[in-house]
Ligand binder design. Structure first.
Ligand SMILES: Cc1cc2nc3c(=O)[nH]c(=O)nc-3n(C[C@H](O)[C@H](O)[C@H](O)COP(=O)(O)OP(=O)(O)OC[C@H]3O[C@@H](n4cnc5c(N)ncnc54)[C@H](O)[C@@H]3O)c2cc1C
Length: 396
């Protein structure tokens, strides 16, 4: 973030690795939580939260120390996203999407231009967005219609993007495109597009059921830039080794945050009921015990998937194995399903108090946000990929 909403340049504190999750949790409680209702109601970008995260150097949490970042682990960031997801799922989604792009740059961008950009991202706490979805290919992000045009002094690209989250607030956008006009749809590259070479023409509005603060409007994107802004590895490789697993891990973390907060709320409700009739077990207490065990499974599933990625992250053979791919896809499908199941169970526990929008036990926003999880790259699409991969999988 080059400037705050008030137009002042923020002072960046460099939160060190090891404290990243705790500082994210502190921002979640102090800033994101109090702003969540207005972010949702007005479908506005959670600028105060992103500024607070930037002020603590948390937009570069995943940038290695050699470029000035915290060099935090994915486990720390995942834990922080659970905390942020509990307070404001839109803020957590913005940060999660930013971290996916940072991970792609760190792991697949080796040109001087991209390395210099990483240092700049650390110094100025730049926010990254992503344009993978395209008119004509929809959620099939492994195909592009648009194509990179290579000119004497750089590249040019034009993309009709039906959804780019927080594009108007981002400092740069990573865009998928065909390698050239002669390339097949699946021969893609990922290119960093930024002002002054980036022009965005907004198409439509973002008035949705949930994740309203992500401001994921459509844009006609036109960009020019140096060839060094094109990431070195083919997009297929970036997607398999980093973007897809990372997306499923960070999204699942924040969906776990939504579910955790719903269960916290249900527990407070049951405790309040118990206080009204001391010595008796409220009828919903059993259901609370049941949903708590589901939440425990959800938590363990996310933690073990994060640990698996961290174990495999420097081994391309394991990252591209069928077993790993199927596992990460399954995580996304399971987590996006579980978040809805858990919130629905908590609504049964809290009853009308959760259905009301003006009650301290309201779960309306939790439910609306949770419903978006299975659509962010449609679960049916992911299951279809898994079905294909499973046909080729051998016993391990
Ligand atoms: C909160 C939010 C933020 C987002 N932010 C971004 C962003 O910043 N950048 C970005 O690029 N995108 C973003 N997206 C878009 C997202 O990544 C998906 O690409 C998009 O949600 C897919 O939209 P769709 O359902 O219209 O398309 P599709 O996934 O194409 O689905 C359309 C229809 O096709 C059906 N279908 C199911 N399986 C298949 C299959 N195997 N083949 C064909 N069709 C199938 C589905 O049931 C569905 O009805 C965001 C989405 C959300 C919800």
């Amino acid at each position: 973030m080059t400037a705050t909403a008030e137009g002042t340049t923020p002072i960046v504190i460099r939160t060190p690795a090891g404290q990243v999750a705790a500082r994210m949790a502190a921002v979640a409680d102090a800033v994101a939580g109090p702003a969540a209702v207005s972010v949702d109601a007005e479908a506005r970008f959670p600028s105060e939260t992103i500024e607070a995260l930037a002020a603590e150097g948390l937009l570069s949490a995943l940038v290695p120390a050699e470029f000035g970042g915290a060099g935090a682990t994915l486990a720390e960031v995942s834990q922080g996203l659970v905390s942020l997801g509990k307070r404001c799922a839109s803020s957590a989604m913005v940060l999660a999407m930013h971290h996916i792009q940072v991970a792609c740059l760190v792991r697949h961008g080796r040109t001087d231009t991209l390395r210099d950009f990483l240092r700049e991202l650390v110094d100025d706490q730049l926010l990254l967005a992503s344009a993978t979805t395209e008119v004509g290919t929809g959620g099939d992000v492994g195909s592009s219609v648009c194509a990179l045009v290579v000119e004497v002094d750089g590249f040019r690209v034009e993309k009709q993007a039906p959804v780019i989250s927080y594009a108007s607030n981002a400092d740069a956008i990573l865009v998928t495109t065909r390698r050239s006009a002669d390339s097949p749809a699946s021969d893609q590259v990922l290119v960093l597009c930024r002002p002054p070479g980036l022009e965005l023409e907004q198409v439509g509005e973002w008035n949705t059921l949930g994740f309203r603060g992500t401001c994921s409007t459509g844009f006609f994107l036109r960009a020019t830039g140096p060839l060094g802004a094109v990431l070195d590895d083919p997009y297929g490789e970036i997607s398999r080794e980093t973007m897809l697993p990372f997306a499923h891990l960070v999204w699942s973390s924040l969906w776990l945050g939504i579910a955790t907060d719903a269960v916290d709320q249900a527990r407070r409700f049951v405790q309040a009921e118990a206080r009204k009739k001391p010595g008796t077990l409220p009828p919903a207490a059993l259901r609370l015990a049941e949903v708590t065990s589901v939440l425990q499974q959800f938590t363990d599933m996310v933690r073990s998937a994060v640990a698996r990625f961290e174990e495999f992250q420097d081994d391309p053979d394991r990252l591209t194995s069928v077993g790993f791919g199927v596992g990460m896809n399954s995580l996304k499908v399971s987590a996006s399903t579980l978040v809805v199941d858990v919130v629905r169970e908590c609504m049964l526990i809290c009853g009308l108090a959760s259905y009301r929008l003006d009650s301290p036990f309201s779960l309306g926003r939790h439910l609306r946000d949770a419903m978006g999880a299975s659509l962010m790259v449609n679960n049916d699409r992911i299951l279809a990929h898994n079905a294909q991969m499973l046909l080729a999988q051998r016993s391990e």
